[in-house]
Design a protein around this ligand. Structure first.
Ligand code: PLP
Length: 223
């Protein structure tokens, strides 16, 4: 399917999810996840109005970054090894996978200006998922206030692939509640006003529960 058709469907679904939850579709940023696809296909997405792109590996990011001149925002959404921070830091607009102190420290060291970060949370408790345990999030963000270059703009989670929609909804609700709690603390360097949650399988539910950034790969550009 061409990207235009896919995007049309996604935008309709986003409008519907916003209507269901009394939200404004302008609050939602669609991050086109291009990790599975070619530079050509990525350019097709850009030509159809996608302005935010997500990559989960350094190699994929560099390949796209070096071949794409358009004015787009890059989001690093995958697990980030500390030794690779120096290679991504000056290319991306946001890092969605901040999940440990050593990484915050390295980002702080390498960044020449404050960088937007989402703290990744393992809400579902699955072993295979990265991220902090929900109960550790507040103390983690409190601790990294000392890293001036690390700007915690929100929380991020990856939900497991579940058929049970109500369980999925419960995961998104928990992340939203946690984001609200952190925001209320008014920590230095942590406005924490955004929620990066929702992928091809579950973005409508995530939006109904407050997602501001949805990361969509397969349903937008294909696998
Ligand atoms: C691959 C990936 C996505 C996109 O997944 P789809 O199901 O293809 O939409 C979103 N977020 C992260 C962190 C990913 O690695």
């Amino acid at each position: 399917m061409d990207v235009a058709t896919n995007l049309g469907t996604i935008q309709n679904n986003i409008r519907q999810a916003c209507e269901n939850s009394n939200r404004n579709p302008d609050e939602i940023t669609v991050i086109g996840v291009t990790k599975y696809v070619t530079i050509e296909r990525t350019k097709e997405a850009i030509n159809n109005g996608i302005k935010n792109l997500g990559e989960n590996r350094l190699e994929g990011l560099l390949e796209k970054f070096n071949h794409i001149e358009d004015d787009v925002k890059w989001h690093f959404i995958g697990t980030l090894q500390s030794r690779k921070v120096k290679d991504v830091i000056d290319k991306v607009d946001a890092i969605h996978s901040l999940d440990r102190l050593s990484l915050a420290k390295e980002i702080n060291k390498r960044a020449s200006e404050p960088i937007d970060c989402f703290v990744q949370v393992n809400v579902s408790g699955e072993e295979s998922k990265h991220g902090l345990e929900p109960e550790d999030v507040t103390s983690f963000i409190k601790e990294i206030q000392k890293y001036n270059q690390v700007h915690v703009v929100g929380l991020m989670t990856m939900a497991p692939h579940l058929e049970d929609k109500e369980r999925l909804r419960g995961i998104f609700k928990r992340l939203a509640a946690l984001q609200y709690k952190v925001k209320e603390k008014k920590f230095v360097n942590a406005p924490c006003e955004f929620l990066s949650m929702g992928m091809s399988n579950d973005y409508e539910i995530a939006i109904e529960e407050g997602a501001t950034h949805v990361r969509i790969g397969s349903n937008l550009v294909g696998q």
